[in-house]
Design a protein around this ligand. Structure first.
Ligand SMILES: [Zn+2]
Length: 311
């Protein structure tokens, strides 16, 4: 058990925020939070953190956006992303490349001329690596120093440290901006999407995926939904994401489920916090059969949106 003093200093790390979509402060608690220690906080913000959500989840009664509130202060979250290493994430690079090849098939239906593609929060750069091989001019940014360096070293990519805003890119610099597994982590999605809009050329495309709390699987699994993670601050539905995109100057042109390819052994390991003994037994069977590296499609309620910057 932890002392009262550590609980007090933890409380000082938190902030309450209004709705990021409509500014509303009339909020309903969807799931209450629980007390946590400073030691627990330190391990939270990694790119593939599997820790379940502990902080309160609320819903804006005006527009329906769901988000964590109160939550850790933005500067605490950002410093958590900057540091640390993530071998588990990098080990999935080949399977992620398969996911991204399929995504590019779709993106190129909209932007067949290719051009300059910028990937925000590119992690180890798997997506940029695949896009470059298909003829795109590519660059990206990544707040985690270790992941960004890994991508620069392994793939020879132009990856800037830090956030998109840190890069101070020119207006209309890019033809396509991709935002994979990032938006739900940001502390100001509206400000972030405005910045994406600013750096895109008029008519350029934004590709963004989110864990969709309105998806049938999220509703079916309820509090056991695997996407309810401590690092996810915002929980969009197709409706709330579309509203936010329209508000910052985008037209939504395509909405579809986002299927990811992962190694079977990794999928089972990720299921452990929820499935427990079943996942551990399955893991042993799968590795015993030598199937741990098999690429399998994985969908637990991710939605992908393609939006076009209004001219
Ligand atoms: Zn709202």
């Amino acid at each position: 058990m932890h002392s009262e003093s550590s609980t007090d200093s933890v409380t000082g790390l938190y902030e309450s925020v209004p709705c990021n979509l409509c500014g509303g402060t009339n909020l309903r608690t969807v799931r209450p939070g629980r007390e946590r220690s400073e030691a627990e906080l330190e391990v939270r913000f990694k790119s593939s953190s599997d820790e379940a959500l502990h902080d309160p989840l609320v819903e804006c009664l005006t527009c329906g956006l769901q988000f964590v509130n109160p939550r850790l202060r933005a500067e605490v979250i950002l410093s958590g992303y900057r540091d640390g290493t993530d071998e588990t994430f990098v080990s999935q690079a080949p399977a992620r490349e398969r996911t991204f090849d399929k995504a590019l098939n779709m993106i190129e239906q909209f932007a067949p001329q290719r051009g300059h593609l910028f990937d925000v929060g590119t992690a180890a750069g798997s997506f940029l690596h695949v896009a470059k091989a298909r003829g795109w001019t590519v660059s990206g940014c990544e707040p985690n120093t270790w992941l960004g360096e890994w991508g620069k070293r392994t793939y020879g990519l132009d990856i800037k440290p830090g956030t998109l805003a840190d890069g101070r890119y020119a207006d209309a610099a890019f033809d396509v901006v991709t935002v994979w597994d990032v938006l739900e982590h940001t502390h100001d999605p509206q400000g972030f999407l405005r910045e994406c809009q600013r750096v895109l050329k008029p008519g350029g495309f934004l590709i963004v995926n989110v864990p969709d709390i309105g998806s049938w699987i999220a509703r079916l699994m309820g509090r056991h939904w695997l996407m309810l993670l401590s690092t996810h601050l915002y929980y969009f539905t197709r409706q709330t994401l579309a509203q936010l995109l329209q508000r910052v100057g985008f037209d939504v042109v395509r909405v579809k489920p986002h299927v990811q390819w992962l190694e079977l052994g990794y999928v089972i390991k990720r299921g452990e916090p929820v499935a427990g003994p079943l996942a551990r037994v399955s893991g042993k069977v799968v590795s015993g059969l030598g199937l741990g590296n098999l690429h399998v499609p994985y969908w637990i309620g991710q939605t992908l949106v393609i939006a076009r910057k209004q001219a």
